[in-house]
Design a protein around this ligand. Structure first.
Ligand code: SAM
Ligand code: SF4
Length: 335
């Protein structure tokens, strides 16, 4: 059956799942220490989707048209049953593309098990090479870089995610390019986004995608590359000297809502149809109160068909009109 389409004609094709809202890092743009301290109301273990629950829900999304599943969080490698989850999504549900986004801290030890479980691809977040800057962001870069090498040795295709904040790590743009060009991994620069309510987002800290491209182009000339598929979030460029590729995710300065084919499942099994939503639909609650797979699929289809979200397109207007709203945190909804 053809994939369900929303009210703006966007088919559902991707599902992003937060498998836990917890993380061992406190990146200031995502889980700032002051807001995510000991008093933060993290989800109790019994509120997280179990592996079996998660598989049933993912199965309903697959019936709707989902062909790509990304596991994220919080930090997904904190979940000890992650290889089993991956094995079932690949093996039992037959999802063609299963990927993982991780901060890399535990990746060195887990890379082999993830490969054996059938994981297809990895994104590792590296915001700085310089340990002093990385330390300010909450991690030591050397351990993460070693883990990237270990994962590459397992044969994973790897993309590196870097969130750029002006005055924080924008001095790292060229050093990161230099390093990852040589390693052969695609580096993706992500504009600092106004996710959640705690990261003190300000437009002045956003380094526009255009500026990032022009800085890199001044050192290593770049050539634009056609998107690999409709709905690809990163604009792609290749180095003219043949040393690989970079991507730019410009959700603030050049929103791509018109091609957003992504649903999100929070760690407690709620469906969100936009990263910037205020509330979601309680799919896990429906399952736990006895909803069968057909009823769940019909419910999800109804939600997707009615979907009209395009927050990033409307961001500037909403902020100017003082219509900013409470949003859920990225660690909970899945980044
Ligand atoms: C929320 S994290 C979850 C996965 C894992 N913990 C990690 O950091 O890769 C997923 C991605 O979201 C990005 N991210 C978090 N907060 C962001 C923000 N305010 N703006 C842009 N990207 C953000 C992170 O850098 C990371 O690449
Ligand atoms: S970006 Fe990832 S590593 Fe950093 S605090 Fe958020 S969930 Fe943790």
């Amino acid at each position: 059956m053809a994939a369900a389409k929303d009210s703006l004609g966007r088919p559902i094709s991707d599902l992003r799942i937060s498998v836990t809202d917890r993380c061992n890092f406190r990146c200031p743009y995502c889980m700032p220490k002051e807001a995510f301290g000991p008093d933060h109301p993290f989800l109790a273990a019994e509120r997280l989707m179990t592996r079996d629950e998660l598989l049933r829900i993912v199965g309903s999304f697959v019936a709707l048209g989902v062909r790509k599943v990304r596991l994220t969080g919080g930090e997904p490698l904190l979940r000890t049953d992650l290889p089993d989850i991956i094995r079932s999504i690949k093996g039992d549900l037959g999802v063609p593309d299963v990927s993982l986004t991780t901060n890399g801290w535990f990746l060195g030890k887990q890379a082999k098990a993830l490969k054996q479980a059938g994981l297809d691809r990895l994104n590792v977040s590296v915001d700085a090479l310089d340990n002093a800057i990385a330390g300010r962001l909450g991690f030591s870069s050397s351990r993460v870089l070693e883990a990237v090498d270990a994962a590459a040795a397992e044969g994973f295709p790897i993309k590196i995610n870097c969130v750029v904040q002006r005055g924080v790590n924008d001095s790292e743009i060229e050093p990161l390019c230099e390093y990852f060009r040589r390693k052969g991994h695609i580096l993706r620069f992500i504009e600092f986004m106004d996710v959640g309510n705690t990261n003190h987002w300000s437009g002045t800290q956003v380094v526009p995608a255009r500026e990032v491209v022009s800085r890199i182009n001044a050192v290593w000339p770049l050539v634009p590359v056609e998107p690999a598929f409709r709905g690809e979030v990163a604009a792609r460029y290749r180095y003219a000297d043949g040393m690989g590729e970079i991507g730019i995710v410009s959700s603030v300065t050049e929103p791509f809502c018109k091609d957003c084919h992504r649903a999100r499942l929070s760690a407690d099994g709620k469906l969100f149809t936009c990263l910037f939503a205020s509330s979601g639909w309680d799919v896990l609650g429906m399952l736990r109160s006895g909803g069968d797979d057909d009823a769940i699929e019909a419910h999800l289809r109804g939600i997707w068909v009615a979907r009209a979200d395009r927050y990033s397109d409307l961001r500037a207007e909403m902020i100017a009109a003082g219509a900013a709203r409470e949003k859920v945190e990225m660690s909970y909804i899945g980044g």
